[in-house]
Design a protein around this ligand. Structure first.
Ligand code: GLP
Length: 240
């Protein structure tokens, strides 16, 4: 996994967006997965702008959700679905059948995992995946100790993830479980982009780079993939 450092967040996002644009321009019906969370927000904006300017056409692209908090849906501010729709899908003119996203309100999480796994069997492997890094090194909701054999699965959230989650919500939410693509599916992606921005990610970024690949820090596992790049702004790279 090669590390690339950019002077600031906007330049980082432009570069990550270019990766997605190049992928879709080479393969218009590509399967793209972009994380929710705060880190990719600037990438969404750059991609919406690129489509407006005619630099990319998402009309045949398939989009896959990475993860979701169990119990939260589109009306819950801070859910992955709410964030990704608000900042990205609602701003592109996509058809419903172009999107496969976990339903956090499902009454049957196991069946929801099977539904998304079936979709990936039909449309996968993922052509390009853009990932953030959790404060504990999680990737999607693959928490420390996650199995490399996992496809879609339900996760008991780590205490760090539960504590960090308050930043997304405007009212207190009790999030104890998530639903996520597994490491097996993520590592099978043809092009993996891991991105991190800001001072609060500097320590986990340094661990990701310096620690040997281990399920103890899921972000280190991205180093084992065929094609993975780590994109950082200078602040996130400051402890390297
Ligand atoms: C969240 C999500 C991930 C995200 C990561 C980093 O909990 N489950 O999909 O990539 O943690 O989030 P952020 O970008 O907000 O720091």
């Amino acid at each position: 996994m090669k590390t690339h450092i950019f002077p600031d967040y906007p330049q980082l996002c432009q570069r990550v967006a270019k990766n997605v644009i190049d992928c879709v321009n080479a393969k218009p019906h590509a399967l793209i997965c972009i994380a929710g969370g705060d880190t990719p927000l600037g990438v969404f904006a750059a991609l919406v702008e690129a489509q407006k300017q005619g630099r990319v056409d998402f009309s045949r692209t398939q989009f896959l959700g990475l993860d979701e908090w169990l119990g939260l849906g589109k009306d819950d501010k801070g859910s992955c679905r709410e964030m990704v729709w608000q900042h990205f899908f609602d701003k592109l003119t996509l058809r419903g059948e172009q999107i496969c996203f976990f339903d956090g309100l499902t009454a049957n999480p196991q069946a929801e995992c099977q539904r998304v796994d079936r979709y990936i069997e039909q449309h996968g492997p993922i052509d390009c995946i853009v990932l953030g890094i959790g404060m504990n090194g999680h990737i999607g909701f693959n928490e420390p100790g996650a199995s490399l054999d996992n496809t879609c699965h339900v996760v008991d959230l780590d205490s760090v993830t539960q504590a960090v989650s308050v930043k997304y919500f405007d009212t207190p939410r009790e999030v104890k479980q998530g639903i996520s693509l597994g490491l097996k599916t993520i590592l099978a992606a043809k092009n993996i982009v891991v991105m991190a921005s800001g001072e609060n990610k500097a320590a986990i970024v340094a661990q990701t780079v310096n620690h040997p690949a281990s399920t103890d820090i899921p972000s280190t596992l991205m180093k084992t993939a065929q094609q993975a790049n780590l994109y950082l702004d200078e602040v996130a790279a400051s402890a390297l």
